[in-house]
Every structure is written in structure tokens, then in C-alpha cells.
Design a protein around this ligand. Structure first.
Ligand SMILES: Cc1ncc(COP(=O)(O)O)c(C=O)c1O
Length: 398
């Protein structure tokens, strides 16, 4: 691959004004080494950087672009909305339309509130859970991520550990407002819930009159239209969504049981608001994205390609690398240990990952630029693309 001088120059210029040179830390390539790529455009399964290199993209704006980059139907919808103005700070019909589509796809969502980021969705769901239960404490899982809000009264337990949940509920009886978790954690890399774990989380929260919050910012409309909850059959009290529902524009949401959501102002006393919440452009992009995803056979097609990729990938991986995957998301961990929680994820040799990553990049494959993240396959990743990725991964592991 040729020079990266334009990206390096752009990063140097960015560092002059932007804190750390980026607007979100993981973009900086800090754990990989070197300057981040500056992106000029995306098209389908590909990203193009400032220096003219082309990459097969498995990061997809951190899981947003299940339809691939620069999708014409989404672009048309946004252009149409923009012709009427970018923001009004007043209700529009598109908000109701997207809300109805989400409620249809995710039965646990009876009422919804749009916000602008996954961080806002999770922190607002937590605030609401506290108000509803009249309790303060929140359980999160080691390695779970629910945005960058500064949470207080947090208790942490390892994922996939039922006794740890039992113990913490017993120790803090009548004090726990909610358990919030990613039903398939993706922020320690992809880790799968063991059989019965999510069911257990549902039962123990119910027994303790605590709420169960599924943070499906990544898994929502990724694993299925109904997210991980439709796939696991578990109905949470509240659900957080983001990424895919905004089609690449800033939209996120939280929703759930009516009696809880009705506590939000103006109906109730829990104040949560946003100048750009339900932004018309983001709603238009979201509606277009969910329209595309509701076409018959879409998830089946994605799954067939993903299954093919994972089956072939397993054939070339040595025992010292673990592949965790579900649906169209995956992580490679550089460890001999099975990865089932944060502690086992941490056994991954991150320096080896960084070397592997730089080799991949040199051959035109763009993974999420950090070990403890998820990679994604889009509907634009063809078998030919996946075969090329398999070939390069095989070479980069040598
Ligand atoms: C599960 C989960 N929750 C919340 C967030 C925060 O979302 P945002 O980056 O839109 O604030 C993320 C971001 O990746 C996430 O993966």
C-alpha cells in the first residue's frame, strides 16, 4: 500500500484544535499505533481514505451501516427531508412513523422516546428506572458499555455469572432499581450469553421488583428486526436503541412498558428533553433504513453470508485465536481461552492483535480499530468480498 501522508497530515491538523485530534477516542488508533485513517467517502462495503486507498469495511461506523455505506434509498429520504428544513424543534409526523415501525418490530416497546445518541438513551433509561422504582442502585456488567455518562451508585458483576447476580441482589435487597446489560455484549468484543443467562436475568429482576434494561444500541435491528430480545424470547422492561435506527444520522431511542414510559414529562414528572431529539433528517434516514430492513429475506441473506464467512474463518484460525460470533457480528480474540466474560476477554494478546490489525489494513481490510470491539458484516458484503477477506486474514495470521 502507498503513502498515508494525507491522513497523517490531516491528523496533525486535527490535533491542533480537536481534543486528542478526534471526536471519539477509539477512532484515534491509539491501541493499534500510528495515525488514524481520515476517510473521504464510503460506498457499499468499502471505505476510501484521503490517500486514495480502498478498504473492505468491517467496522461500518461501529455497526450503523447494516445496509452498507451511502445507500441510495437513505440518501434520497434525507435529501427529501432536508428540502423542507433541517430542524424545527416541534413535532413532525416522521417521529410517529419511525416510532410505529420500531414498536411493531420490538414488542417490548409500547412507548418510545427519541434522543440523539446511545449515551443519552442509556442514561435516560437509567434515570427513568430510578424514578419508577424509587431506588438508586444500578447493576452493570464488567466490560459492559452504555455510553460515557457518569453513573453513580453502580454495582458491577461479571457477565454469564448467575451466582454473582444472586449475591448482589441478596446483598442490596430492595435497593436495586435496574439491571442494565447488552444482551449480547459487544463492547468487550462479542461475547455470547450462555444458555439460560438472560432468562435468569429476567427472573431475578422480576423477583426483586427491579427493572431489566436491554441496551440494544448495537444488537437492535442487527441480530433481527426485534433485536436480541426477539432472538432470545426475553422481554425487558426498557430497551435502548441507536446506530441502525438512525441510518447514519444521529438518532437513538429508549422505550418499553407504557406505565414506565408515561412517567416521562410532560405526562409525568421525569424531565428528559432534547433540542434535536426526533430530528427530521435522522427520522427520515431511520424510516428508510427500517423500510429496507423489513424486506422479506433480508436477515436470512445476511445470515447466510455471515455463516459462510464464520465457517470458513474457523478453518484457518489457529488454536491461539478465538472467534466469537453471532448474527452478523464477530470478534477475534488472540487467546487460547474461551472468551465468556470480561476477565477471559482480557487474556487476549493485544500487541499481537495490533500487529495483525496493521497487516490487515495494509492489505485493504478495515476492522474496528481496537481489540475489545465488534466487527460487522453488511448486506453489501458479497461472497467475493468475504472470500477476499478470508484470504487476507489467512495471510496476516502467518
Ligand atoms: C451498547 C451500547 N450502548 C450505548 C452506546 C453509546 O452510544 P453512542 O456512541 O451513540 O452514544 C454504545 C456505543 O457504541 C453501545 O455500544
Amino acid at each position: 500500500m502507498g503513502s498515508f501522508s494525507k491522513s497523517a497530515g490531516a491528523f496533525a491538523a486535527a490535533r491542533r484544535y480537536l481534543a486528542g485530534g478526534v471526536n471519539s477516542p477509539v477512532r484515534s488508533f491509539q491501541s493499534i499505533g500510528g495515525a488514524p485513517l481520515f476517510i473521504r467517502r464510503g460506498q457499499g462495503a468499502y471505505l476510501y481514505d484521503l490517500d486514495g486507498h480502498k478498504y473492505l469495511d468491517f467496522c461500518l461506523s461501529w455497526g450503523v451501516h447494516i445496509l452498507g455505506h451511502n445507500h441510495p434509498a437513505l440518501n434520497r429520504a434525507v435529501r427529501r427531508a432536508l428540502a423542507d428544513g433541517a430542524s424545527f424543534g416541534a413535532p413532525t409526523e416522521r417521529e410517529t412513523e419511525l416510532a410505529a415501525r420500531i414498536a411493531q418490530a420490538v414488542p417490548a416497546i409500547e412507548k418510545i422516546r427519541f434522543v440523539s445518541s446511545g449515551t443519552e438513551a442509556a442514561m435516560s433509561a437509567v434515570k427513568l428506572a430510578r424514578a419508577y422504582t424509587g431506588r438508586r442502585k444500578i447493576i452493570m456488567l464488567d466490560g459492559g458499555y452504555h455510553g460515557h455518562a457518569e453513573y453513580t451508585d453502580i454495582l458491577r458483576v461479571p457477565f454469564n455469572d448467575r451466582p454473582a447476580l444472586e449475591k448482589i441482589f441478596a446483598r442490596h435487597k430492595n435497593k436495586i432499581a435496574a439491571l442494565i446489560l447488552e444482551p449480547v455484549p459487544a463492547n468487550m468484543g462479542v461475547v455470547l450469553p450462555e444458555p439460560g443467562y438472560l432468562q435468569f436475568a429476567r427472573e431475578i429482576t422480576r423477583e426483586n421488583q427491579s427493572l431489566l434494561i436491554f441496551d440494544e444500541v448495537i444488537t437492535g435491528f442487527r441480530l433481527a428486526c426485534g433485536g436480541a430480545q426477539s432472538w432470545s424470547g426475553i422481554k425487558p422492561d426498557l430497551t435502548c436503541l441507536g446506530k441502525i435506527i438512525g441510518g447514519g444520522l444521529p438518532a437513538a431511542a429508549y422505550g418499553g412498558r407504557k406505565e414506565i414510559m408515561n412517567l416521562l414529562a410532560p405526562q409525568g414528572s421525569v424531565y428528559q428533553a432534547g433540542t434535536l431529539s426526533g430530528n427530521p433528517l435522522a427520522m427520515a434516514a431511520g424510516i428508510a433504513a427500517l423500510t429496507e430492513l423489513s424486506r422479506p429475506g433480508i436477515y436470512k441473506l445476511l445470515q447466510q453470508n455471515a455463516d459462510y464467512f464464520f465457517a470458513e474463518l474457523k478453518k484457518i484460525l489457529p488454536d491461539s485465536i478465538q472467534l466469537n460470533h453471532t448474527g452478523s457480528m464477530f470478534t477475534l480474540f488472540f487467546t487460547r481461552h474461551k472468551v465468556r466474560d470480561y476477565a477471559s476477554a482480557q487474556t487476549s494478546a493485544t500487541k499481537r492483535f495490533a500487529r495483525f490489525y496493521r497487516r490487515l489494513l495494509g492489505q485493504g481490510i478495515y476492522f474496528a480499530p481496537a481489540q475489545f470491539e465488534a466487527n460487522f458484516i453488511s448486506l453489501k458484503h458479497s461472497r467475493k468480498n468475504l472470500d477476499r477477506a478470508l484470504e487476507v486474514i489467512g495471510e496476516c495470521l502467518l
